[in-house]
Design a protein around this ligand. Sequence first.
Ligand code: PGA
Ligand code: ZN
Length: 404
Amino acid sequence: MAEDPKIKNIKAKEISDSRGNPTIEVNLQTNFGNFKASVPAGVSTGKCEAVNVDIKKAVENVEKIIAPELKDKELRSQKEIDKTLIELDTTQNKSRLGANAILGVSIAACRAAAVSKKIPLYQYISQIAEDIPSQVLPKPSFNMFEGGKHGEESISFQEFMLIPQKDTFKENLEAGKKIYKKLGDILKNKFKEVKLSSEGALTTSVGKITEVLDLILEAAEKTGEKDNVKIAIDAAASEFFQDSSYKVDGRYLSKKELKEFYKDLVAKYPVVSIEDPFYEEDFESFSELKEEIGDKVLIFGDDLTVSNARRINLAEENNSCSGLLLKPNQIGTITETIEAAKLAKSYGWKIMVSNRGGETEDDFIADLAVGVGAEFIKSGAPFTKERMAKYNRLLEIEKEIKNE
Ligand code: PGA
Ligand code: ZN
C-alpha cells in the first residue's frame, strides 16, 4: 500500500486570469512535495452555479479557515477531503468560503494524492470515478469564432466550434490549428478589424450567424479538411433572452421561432451539437428541440445544468438533454464534479469537459476529461497559452496511453 500524503500547509495567493481579472492560486504542501492549482472564472455564468467570493476573501478563507482544519491531516481520499470542505462551508452554493477557494484546494489535493500513488492524474481521477476506463481521449471542440458576451455582440451565439473527425488527438489538434489560422486570414481579408475573443477565438462584425458558419467552412475547405469536420454551437441563449424573446441576427424570435432557426441550421450545416439553445430555466423548450432533432444533434446543458446533480436530474425528468457540459467551478469540488459526470452517464448522456471564459494555465481539465471518459473537451481556440495548456497536456496523455 502506498503511503497517504500528509498535509503540511496550504497557502493561497492572488494571480491574474486570461482576462486580467484576479483569481486564486492554491499551493498545498505535503510530504510528497508542493501542489499548485488555480481556478478559472465564467464570463456568462449560469444563475445556479456555485458562488465565488472576492479573491482577497478567498485567499483569506484558504489560509485562515481551510488550512488550519486540514493541517497535519492525512489525505486519505478525495471524498473525505471534499466532504470536509463542504462541511466547513455549510452553505448549499459554497457562498461562505467561496467555490473558488474550495475548488483550488480540491484540485491541489487531487494532484497530491495522484503523485503519492505514483499514477498519472487522469488514472487517479478514473479510480475516484470507480474505474471508468481512462484510456480514451476526448474529441477536441475548438472554438473558432465567438459572439455574444465573449465577442462581438452583433452575433448572438457565443461559440462556434469545430470538431475535426480524425483518428487521434494529435491529428485533430493539427487540423484545428490549420483551420483556425486560415480563418484568421479569411477574416482579415474581408473585415476591417479582427479581434481575439475571450477563449482565444476570433471575432469581428459579421452580419449573420449563417455567415459565420460559412466562413468557418470556407476555412476548412481551403485547408482541404471540409469533409473531416463537424460544427458545435454554444448558443448560451440566456444571454440574448429578454422579455420572452430571443434577439437573433437583429430580429426578435419567440421560442418556437428560435427552435425553427436551429432546425434550419442543422439541416444546412454539419452541426452535431447545440449547447444551451434556450434560456436556462426553459427545460421544456430544450425538450421540444431534443424531441424534434435529437436524433441528429446532441443537446448539451451548461447554464441549464451547471454540473449540479439536482439540475441534471431535473433535465433528465424533463427529457431536456443528451449531453452535459462539465465545469468543476460550477459546483466547487472534484468529488461533486465526478458525481455529476457519472450521473449524466447513467442517463446515457455524452460529456463535454469545458474551460471557462476567464482561464489560467492550470491544465487539470485535460486529465479530468480522460479520467471521466468524456467524449469531448472544449478548451477554446487552439491558440492562446492558457487554452493550449490543456490541449498540450492531452497530447502528452495520448503519447503515454499509446506508449510512444
Ligand atoms: P463562460 O462560458 O465560461 O464564460 O461561462 C463558457 C461556456 O458557456 O461554455
Ligand atoms: Zn456554455
